[in-house]
Design a protein around this ligand. Structure first.
Ligand code: KG4
Ligand code: ZN
Length: 339
């Protein structure tokens, strides 16, 4: 019998619904929220209001694109956390109502685990390399930076993580310092391609083991730019591309250094990357260069699966459905989510 899962994602500022049948993606609809652009970051209250407006049209579109009716859905999987509580509430409440109305089970999903499981989404008429267990995943998003050891679909262990800011946050905050719009990561990436990565050097963190730290880098960048502007008010304008290339290079070097250490410590050289920052072209190139130099096998998701999407929630739901891991109607979202 076929298993068809409706996935719902509403943890931050993207409202998304997707349908996965037997591991194959049938549809994945994402409504972005432009309302935050004017504020230089996500405004939680505005995000939850926009989710409320978007959720039903987005689900209807996902069902239409999949060419199925709601009666064909076996379970609804939703992001329980981590994320913004008000945003999570919208997806959770929708899923509860949908589950009750249709008489189908609900499946709670950890957003971070879901980012990693994008590597298992299959698409008709597309060949894809799927990582064998165990493998390591560098999970880099706006809210999280972790090195995760994946032993099985639902068996993961965080072996390193940031003790302060996430890598995406470092991109976004540094971008803000030089007047770039939110989210800064993609703009920095684009500008970096025309800049000199060795033009400026910034402080690197000295953290032991596999953990990361990015708050010192952000401060070092802020003070450097502030001091330069005192000398030359046009400093940022004149050096925009080089600033972007240098800060991006530093963030990537920090990420790669701990990843190389993780490979050494675990002896595992199958490396996946996931999360919003995995869209970064410099990071992708740095990973691919290790295929040649260190013999790694590298798994990089398609761009559409890097940032928040419900396809990743649906695929996680698909594996949990097989274990009959269902949630009850009294479940509440969690802003923080332990593995
Ligand atoms: O995974 P995601 O969509 O949301 C969270 O769960 O946080 O990640 C969003 C983050 C933002 O910080 C954004 O700036 C960053 O991913 N990002 C990038 C790029 N595209 C998105 N960072 C660097 N380079 C990119 N091309
Ligand atoms: Zn995310």
């Amino acid at each position: 019998m076929s298993i068809t899962i409706l996935g719902i994602e509403s943890s931050c500022d993207d409202t998304s619904a997707a349908v996965i049948r037997d591991g194959y993606l049938l549809s994945n609809v994402i409504a972005n929220q432009d309302v935050h652009k004017a504020y230089g970051g996500v405004v939680p209250e505005l995000a939850s209001r926009a989710h409320q407006q978007n959720i039903i049209p987005v689900v209807e579109q996902a069902l239409r694109n999949a060419g199925i009716s709601k009666k064909e859905i076996n379970a609804v999987a939703f992001t329980r956390g981590p994320g913004l509580l008000g945003s999570l509430l919208v997806g959770t409440s929708f899923s509860k109502s949908f589950s009750l109305a249709m008489g189908i089970p609900m499946i709670e999903v950890n957003h971070l685990q879901a980012h990693i499981l994008v590597h298992f989404i299959k698409e008709h008429q597309k060949q894809k390399d799927i990582p064998e267990f165990p493998f390591l995943c560098l999970l880099v998003s706006g809210g999280h930076t972790q090195i995760v050891l994946i032993k099985d679909y639902l068996d993961m262990e965080v072996i390193g993580q940031t003790i302060d800011d996430a890598a995406g946050e470092a991109f976004d905050k540094c971008a803000k310092v030089i007047g770039l719009p939110y989210p800064g990561g993609p703009v920095v990436d684009k500008n970096a391609q025309q800049g000199n990565k060795d033009a400026f050097a910034f402080n690197r963190p000295k953290i032991s083991g596999l953990d990361y730290s990015f708050s010192g880098l952000k401060t070092s960048f802020l003070y450097f730019v502030r001091d330069q502007i005192k000398e030359n008010p046009d400093f940022v304008k004149e050096n925009m591309m080089d600033l972007c290339a240098s800060i991006q290079h530093t963030i990537i070097e920090i990420l790669m250094q701990k990843l190389e250490l993780a490979v050494k410590q675990t002896g595992i050289n199958r490396i996946a990357v996931a999360g919003g920052v995995s869209a970064n072209s410099g990071l992708r190139n740095a990973l691919l260069s290790r295929v040649e130099t260190l013999g790694w096998k590298v798994f990089i998701p398609e761009f559409k699966f890097t940032t928040d999407n419900a396809a990743m929630i649906a695929i996680t739901g698909y594996y949990k459905y097989q274990n009959q891991e269902f949630a009850s109607q009294d479940i509440a979202p969690l802003a923080r989510f332990p593995y």
